[in-house]
Design a protein around this ligand. Sequence first.
Ligand SMILES: [Zn+2]
Ligand SMILES: [Zn+2]
Length: 144
Amino acid sequence: MKVFSEKHKRNIGLAYLGRRATQTNRWLGMDAGYGAKHAWISKYQGKPEHCSMCGIKGEDVGKTRKIWNIQWANISGDYHREVSDYRPLCVQCHTKYDLKLHCKKGHPYTEENTYTVGKRRACRACQRDYTKRYQNKKNHREAN
Ligand SMILES: [Zn+2]
Ligand SMILES: [Zn+2]
């Protein structure tokens, strides 16, 4: 089972915040979250030329400033200073890859936070939040 480090959880949060905005902003948001830690690998390895998942070619997609559409994604979440801990992913694949690691709200899909409804994977933290909100509403209603 994969245990998420605090660092990675923070990054997941940042990635999630970034994702709520538009496509370009979303990318910028991710960039802000991932940028610093990925700086060394970019320096070391340069811009990734192809996405390792879908194979599309890298290009500048930014309108106001240059944004390379393929980034080095960290695999372990620990940001080891090793080339083997990174893989090049395009925006779309990076988002997909991220969603495999956590729910839409950014809760990590760890073993203890995950349960299945039919064939779908569901997040316990979200379920808890939902129940709490429901209870609050109910309490509120009953209090009045
Ligand atoms: Zn891709
Ligand atoms: Zn969740």
